[in-house]
Design a protein around this ligand. Structure first.
Ligand code: UDP
Ligand code: MG
Length: 310
């Protein structure tokens, strides 16, 4: 019998824990050909999430990884994968936005020989207009800059074989853009479509600043084009400037000195000044990330692993 471990990050989800497990039980009870266990990460919750998880531990095969503070979902997933030892891993959210009933189809695809099964949201109408459009821009920007193409509207919800997990474990970068990391390792992948439901309980943990940083992380983690492109922009501007300089010199030689020009000079100075600031800022983004990486800090700190007493 194949063993399947479901990895679920929890951050202040006290209201979601019990509902999550009751929904998932309905699905798993029908899947008798697999042996299921759970790795739940308590990502530094300040509410009673941990107690709720411990309560669940008494009735099922569940390991709780308790973080020393909040490290973020990407770190929580990493910890889950680091502690994984089954045949198949499934990563899902605790708020039931990743429908448990897809698990059975995901496992079928794995049985068919796929090594990774992702889930594509076909319907984002429940997301705000803002989130939908910014997400679209992000995928566009990321995929045109980056060496890897991340599929649109695919979240972290996925199943993968232990071999894929092994490979993901070798990527120890601190800027953990999991969607990129998952895609980077490759393997035979298929996707199933679903319509993403609304959160059952509680609130989303994403603020606009968090989303922005996440997007910048995503692009800088897998592409150096944003800093390299300035060489070419510089070259193009230099050529244009040269032509313009020749025009001005010739004009001055033929028609004499022409003093007005305040507006154009100011426009050029401001334009070039801001271009320089943008490019320096972008270099700063990368240097900041290099700085974080060279420190080689651990991706997360575990306070305690609560194993099931048997
Ligand atoms: N999460 C986490 N650490 C965080 C933020 C979120 O472990 O710092 C978990 C959260 O408990 C949930 C999942 O990540 O299981 C997805 O979070 P959320 O529903 O807030 O994201 P959204 O679905 O809005 O993208
Ligand atoms: Mg959610």
């Amino acid at each position: 019998m194949k063993t399947v471990t479901i990895i679920v990050p929890f951050y202040n989800e006290e209201e979601s824990v019990d509902i999550f497990f009751s929904h998932i039980d309905e699905t798993l009870n029908d899947l008798t050909e697999f042996n299921f266990s759970f790795i739940c990460i308590d990502d530094g919750s300040s509410d009673t999430t941990l107690d709720a998880l411990k309560k669940q531990q008494s009735v099922r095969d569940l390991e709780i990884i308790e973080f020393s503070r909040n490290f973020g979902k990407e770190s929580a997933i990493t910890a889950g994968l680091d502690n994984f030892s089954a045949d198949i891993a499934i990563i899902m959210d605790s708020d039931l936005q990743d429908p448990p009933k897809l698990i059975s189809e995901m496992l079928q695809q794995i049985q068919k020989g796929y090594e990774v099964v992702t889930a594509t949201r076909t319907d984002r109408s429940k997301d705000s207009y803002f989130k939908r459009t910014t997400a679209k821009w992000f995928y566009k920007a990321h995929n045109s800059f980056s060496e890897i193409q991340i599929p649109e509207n695919v979240g972290d919800f996925r199943a993968m074989t232990s071999q894929v997990v092994q490979e993901i474990r070798r990527l120890r970068e601190n800027n953990r853009f999991m969607k990129g990391i998952f895609t980077w390792v490759g393997f035979k992948t298929t996707t199933i479509n679903y319509s993403r439901p609304e959160r059952e309980k509680g609130e989303t943990k994403w603020s606009i600043t968090k989303l922005w940083n996440f997007a910048v992380d995503g692009i800088t983690s897998f592409s150096s084009l944003p800093i390299k492109i300035w060489t070419y922009i510089g070259v193009v501007i230099a050529i244009i400037s040269l032509i313009y300089a020749l025009v001005i010199i010739t004009r001055t030689l033929i028609f004499g000195i022409d003093v007005p020009g305040y507006a154009s000079i100011l426009v050029f100075i401001l334009f070039l000044g801001s271009l320089q600031l943008i490019s320096i800022g972008l270099i700063g983004e990368y240097i900041g990330r290099i700085y974080m990486e060279v420190k080689e800090r651990p991706i997360y700190v575990v306070k305690r692993i609560h194993k099931k007493e048997s």
